[in-house]
Design a protein around this ligand. Sequence first.
Ligand code: ADP
Ligand code: MG
Length: 262
Amino acid sequence: MAEVENALMGNGPIIKAKDVRVFYGEKQALQDVSIDFAKNQVTSLIGPSGCGKSTFLRCINRMNDLVDIARVEGEILIENHDIYAKDVDVVALRAHVGMVFQKPNPFPKSIYDNVAYGPRIHGTSQSKDELDHIVETSLKRAGLWNEVSDRLDQPGNGLSGGQQQRLCIARTIAIEPKVLLMDEPCSALDPIATAIVEELIDELSERFTIIIVTHSMQQAARVSQKTAFFHLGNLVEHGDTDQIFTNPKDERTENYITGRIG
Ligand code: ADP
Ligand code: MG
């Protein structure tokens, strides 16, 4: 019944992953991962290093396609479309499913051109006025506008690390993705920049469905409504963040959150 209600309200899962397996050559890195993600929620993926968090994240916008030896099996539906279907345009998919990486990676271009890049190549904006508007809105949403509005023509990589990461977020959201994937987006940032980005994640979740990989359990607890715990290529358990941290069902989750494995 709840499912029917959710579907009617438009709150059904936006992403459904079913039995996702990933192999790098002979080695299997993910075992039959099945998980749904609700629209406009923040989900954290946590677990020890090497457990497959990034591998899983990269399945959701087919970044593993770029890894020669990677093979993905199973099914991922986004808004009920099979993203691994033969006729899928991967460039369009990645416009709908944006990604922010560990290390801020602005293009060697001006602040303005970093944000305008996506709308230009995807042709979502025609006129200079429209482009100006998108650049301003995206920088505002990324919480960076006030810091850079008077120097949009300066190089993006001249900004501080935290500003660069917000610029990358602005660049990603400029093309209005539905989903935002973030792979340890704060791991190269200092605590103040981290706090700013965490606050931003909360605001962005009003418009985007966010999946964030983090090695920080504190961060997961702060930013996400849902948490998924991975261990040795398995999705061990997922649920409400509160439940995962206070009342985990699986012993492996409990061992991880209490610091016995890590
Ligand atoms: P996490 O993000 O949780 O630290 P990863 O998804 O990066 O874990 O890695 C999961 C497993 O897959 C690890 O054993 C890792 O060595 C392996 N792996 C990841 N990327 C590659 C790759 N490009 N080629 C070969 N093995 C890889
Ligand atoms: Mg990783």
